[in-house]
Design a protein around this ligand. Structure first.
Ligand SMILES: Nc1ncnc2c1ncn2[C@@H]1O[C@H](COP(=O)(O)OP(=O)(O)OP(=O)(O)O)[C@@H](O)[C@H]1O
Ligand SMILES: [Mg+2]
Length: 355
């Protein structure tokens, strides 16, 4: 799979761009504020139906315009699929092969981009939401039943919470427990087997990038010494009082450890970047085994926060993966990735191929 052609209109500072892309390595070079991250943001939006910088659509529409549009031609096994996403200030529209798509998840089955950017340390530093999303993105790509199980669980959770909030009939919330427990146990099971699959690669990349043992501890969303059923039963009274379900896979988390210490509390910013990158790259490597040639990686200013040795080690791991690369840099002499198949200059929102 590769993104062969890309058209962007009225997205951030990019008025209009039409790019013929390389199936292996694309490098975008330009000064600060030229539009490099915006370009990666558009590519990310094409595969994920959202930005990695903001939830606010109005920020994405070019100033003074009403709507943006991104179209991509994805080649896979000799076939081309056209993906299109458009957005005004309130909503997005997704089209696949010219027809309206069910949701953003469908985009990612055609073009699943991952990103390593200067904000990647947030994966470790911020609340569990980002880490759950990280975990579930990985599970989604190796376990076919994931999406359906996740949707079943969240439907039961929404209904249970609505009944808890309404409060009048205690039986109404309890009626959702069997479905919540069944889907929740399955979700827990597939998350655990995914992490077992990820672990050896993460340990290898952690060792290579940080020179230290790296591991992940999984928290299911209820106390480890209890079953989900027992924890839910124990939590029911509190759930009724607050009108919300306090235990379950929607509260899951993963804690990264470096050399036995919780990473968030212990490592430097540069090390955080390396660790979070190891997490992302391990996910891509596992995905590659399941679906060879299906990955895409966006690297936004990889040199930021890293010294030359660490940047070299990071790019060496990146280079070994068989993914389509989209990299931004201030200068074209980025060491370690070889020469780009396509080099673009970005300046004041204009993207031009280097001749
Ligand atoms: N909706 C918008 N409309 C017009 N311009 C915008 C919009 N959103 C952001 N910009 C501008 O786009 C410019 C480019 O931003 P971008 O983050 O893509 O730059 P960059 O090349 O990645 O810079 P850096 O090297 O500093 O990371 C900025 O000057 C920003 O103010
Ligand atoms: Mg940038």
């Amino acid at each position: 799979m590769s993104l062969a052609r890309l058209e962007i209109a009225e997205f951030r500072c990019l008025e209009r761009a039409c790019l013929a892309l390389d199936s292996r390595y694309n490098l975008f070079v330009g000064p600060n504020a030229s539009g490099k991250t915006s370009l990666l943001e558009a590519i990310f939006f094409l595969g994920r139906g959202r930005s990695f910088r903001t939830r606010r659509l109005d920020r994405l529409v070019r100033q003074g315009q009403d709507a943006f549009r991104i179209v991509g031609w994805v080649e896979s096994g000799g076939r081309t699929t056209v993906l299109g996403v458009g957005g005004d200030r309130r909503s997005t529209e997704i089209r696949i092969g010219g027809a309206p798509a069910g949701g953003a998840g469908e985009l990612a089955t055609h073009f699943p981009p991952q990103i390593i950017d200067p904000e990647i340390h947030k994966l470790l530093e911020e609340g569990p939401h980002r880490r759950r999303r990280y975990l579930d993105w990985g599970v989604f790509h190796v376990e076919q039943s994931f999406l359906e199980t996740w949707q079943r669980y969240h439907r039961a959770l929404r209904q249970r919470n609505a009944a808890l909030k309404a409060g009048s009939d205690p039986g109404a919330a309890k009626a959702w427990d069997p479905e919540l427990l069944a889907a929740g146990r399955r979700l827990d099971e597939i998350r655990r087997s995914y992490l077992a699959l990820l672990e050896p690669t993460l340990a290898e990349f952690g060792r290579r990038l940080l020179g230290l043992p790296v591991s992940l501890a999984y928290h299911a969303g209820w106390p480890a010494e209890e079953t989900f059923e027992a924890a839910l039963a124990r939590s029911t009274e509190r759930d009724r009082r607050y009108g919300i379900t306090h235990v379950g896979p929607h509260r899951a988390d993963v804690t990264a450890r470096v050399d036995g210490h919780v990473a968030r509390e212990r490592v430097s910013r540069g090390q955080q970047k390396l660790l979070a990158s190891a997490l992302t790259l391990a996910q891509l490597a596992v995905q590659e085994v399941r679906a060879p040639g299906s990955g895409a990686l966006l690297l936004d200013d990889p040199a930021a926060e890293l010294d030359a040795d660490n940047l070299g080690r990071l790019l060496e791991v990146v280079r070994e993966l068989h993914v389509q690369l989209f990299v931004t840099a201030l200068r074209p002499d980025l060491p370690g990735l070889g020469s780009p198949g396509a080099l673009f200059h970005v300046e004041q929102g204009q993207v031009r191929p280097a001749i």
